[in-house]
Design a protein around this ligand. Structure first.
Ligand code: NPQ
Ligand code: MG
Length: 372
């Protein structure tokens, strides 16, 4: 069996509503897709991977144009030069290239999808998913006014989401959190995400969030500030969860050991792929650290994959795996993820379990690069 990346494709998807975080406002998204082909006994099977890098390097250092260039100039040539590469080998083959986990993850995902389809096996089965549906949480952006925020949150509550996550930043935190807690009542799970917008000097301020019974505070401090997160975790009651910091198994293990990560957000793109994400799940489980699956405004490709990953037993908290329609008016898959009774179904079909809507895909495509 030999695996090839045959195409990179960029699509553009408008968001149904602007999504504001502490690092910027998103109104549409450019998304890079990788198409792989595996050949087995003369039969070629294709698969797709989605790169979660954003348009700009503001969530992390990766971004669409950089990811496309490192794929075509560095990663794909290395993959094609190696003999008999399978998905399980890809992280090792690409290890000499420093960084670029989202670009690497997309290539591994495309090959894994193709291999699993060729074998007629689902990703959920490969990783040992133990559930057929997973609880669905929603991430709510920063809104211009409290009234608009409350209207948005009420809509998501009506949609059935079982957990609300509010984006916060300095100056837009205590007031919206208090208002939303008041709206949804004391029992509905509520958490906040700062995307690294605070500093070590904000400890006393962040302690005031303890009054609202939050499930967790996600990534309050910069990604490299492990000791800052440890000190904050000791100073406040709200559990500290890390997102941007968790870029590898090593960093994750160290953060837990230090007491800097009481909960971990697992994002396959951020850690270099779904296979590494599985191992991070295992190490957190072994250390008694709850994990949940993050979201990166994925299309139906990444959304299906995240739902399957989140069906592992260690994912004990609801993930940011919402319905496709939370972000997109049109998806590129035939059966976009939907929320039913507060849950999304774990895909059971071969590969990552999605089927592309090829006409829709063509309409949304802005560029195609065929690879040798
Ligand atoms: C988070 N996601 O948990 C991220 C942040 C995020 C659903 O809150 C383009 C690319 C836009 C990546 C917006 C959610 C993005 C992005 C937000 C990541 O921190
Ligand atoms: Mg986050």
């Amino acid at each position: 069996m030999s695996a090839h990346i045959v195409e990179l494709r960029e699509i553009r998807l408008p968001l149904v509503t602007p999504f504001r975080t502490s690092f910027g406002v998103q109104t549409s998204r450019r998304i890079l897709l990788a198409r792989a082909a595996v050949e087995h006994d003369g039969v070629v099977t294709e698969g797709w991977g989605e790169c979660v890098a954003g348009d700009e390097p503001t969530y992390s250092s990766e971004y669409v144009d950089g990811a496309a260039l490192v794929m075509t100039s560095q990663l794909v040539p290395r993959l094609h030069a190696a003999d008999d590469v399978t998905a399980a080998d890809i992280a090792r083959v690409l290890e000499p290239v420093r960084g670029h986990p989202m670009a690497k993850a997309a290539l591994e995902m495309a090959v894994l999808d193709a291999e699993l389809r060729a074998a007629g096996r689902s990703f959920a089965d490969l990783v040992g998913a133990t559930r057929d549906r997973v609880p669905s949480g929603v991430s709510v952006g920063i809104h211009p006014t409290i009234d608009e925020l409350l209207a948005a949150v009420q809509g998501y509550v009506d949609d059935g989401y079982v957990r609300i996550k509010l984006k916060i930043e300095p100056g837009i935190d205590l007031e919206p959190v208090a208002a939303v807690r008041d709206l949804i009542g004391p029992d509905m799970p509520l958490q906040v995400d700062a995307n690294a917008a605070y500093t070590r000097q904000d400890t006393e301020h962040l302690r005031k969030l303890d009054a609202f019974g939050l499930l967790l505070i996600e990534q309050p401090l910069p990604e490299d500030d492990l000791l800052g997160h440890r000190d904050l975790a000791m100073a406040i009651d709200t559990p500290v969860c890390l997102d941007e910091t968790i870029v590898s198994e090593t960093v994750c293990a160290d953060a837990i050991e230090l007491g800097a990560a009481e909960i971990v957000n697992i994002k396959p793109g951020r850690v270099g792929g779904y296979l590494t994400a599985r191992r991070i799940h295992d190490l957190c489980r072994d250390r008694g650290i709850p994990v949940w699956c993050g979201g990166m405004l994925e299309t139906g490709i990444g959304r299906a994959a995240n739902a399957a990953l989140a069906a592992l037993e260690g994912f004990s908290l609801p993930g940011d795996i919402s319905a496709s329609r939370r972000f997109w008016a049109q998806d590129i898959v035939t059966a976009p993820l939907d929320v039913v009774d507060g849950h999304v179904a774990v895909p059971t079909g071969p590969g990552f379990g999605f089927e592309l809507d090829l006409d829709r895909l063509e309409t949304l495509t802005t560029s195609v690069t065929k690879l040798p």
